[in-house]
Design a protein around this ligand. Structure first.
Ligand code: DAT
Ligand code: MG
Length: 169
């Protein structure tokens, strides 16, 4: 058994269908801990970086629009991002999430229960779940800054940056 962490996203269709509570309840059965959580408006750049392995697929443009929530618009064009940690977290959480294709997913899994394929062929599968340790690290580092996690799970370094910062007015 290995202590692992992974990125879970509640995608815009999950947010729109008001499934946040149901999804977090199902995930809580695995008894993992949340070490980071936030709401994110996904930019085109973040969408493309997140799914870069799929950039040559015919469905890439639709997938990129979907994760940005473009088809849903305000106030559903956002995702909820979580970093979970626990023993064998990746395999266990992916089992609860279910297979990529919601039609083929176990009906008791999140994707099986709540996912659908649109008439345009987009897999609206409600959640993202990192697929292996390497991908999990890449994705967590893409979505979260070290200070947004309550634990230091990867080595960090201090850099001096001179930049404008937005503060409360
Ligand atoms: P997963 O999200 O289960 O890790 P993946 O990384 O292979 O699956 O694909 C990422 C997302 O891309 C997936 O959640 C939904 C979409 N996708 C994958 N294969 C697809 C297909 N054949 N048609 C439409 N969308 C697809
Ligand atoms: Mg994947």
């Amino acid at each position: 058994m290995a202590l692992e962490q992974l990125l879970i996203l509640i995608k815009p269709d999950g947010v729109k269908k008001s499934l946040t509570g149901n999804i977090l309840t199902k995930l809580s059965e695995a008894r993992m801990v949340i070490i980071g959580a936030k709401a994110v408006k996904v930019s085109a750049e973040l969408a493309q970086k997140h799914y870069f392995q799929l950039k040559d697929k015919p469905f890439f443009a639709e997938l990129s629009d979907y994760i940005q929530g473009k088809i849903y618009g305000e106030p559903w064009d956002r995702v909820l991002a979580f970093v979970y940690q626990g023993e064998d977290a990746i395999a266990r959480m992916r089992k609860i999430a279910g297979a990529t294709n919601p039609e083929e997913a176990d009906p008791v899994s999140i994707r099986g229960a709540y996912g659908r394929i649109t008439t345009k062929g987009v897999y609206e599968n409600v959640v993202h779940c990192s697929s292996d340790v390497k991908e999990a690290e890449r994705e967590i580092k893409l979505w979260f800054k070290p200070d947004e996690l309550v634990k230091e799970i990867y080595p960090t370094k201090k850099v001096k940056e001179i930049k404008e910062d937005r503060v409360w007015a």
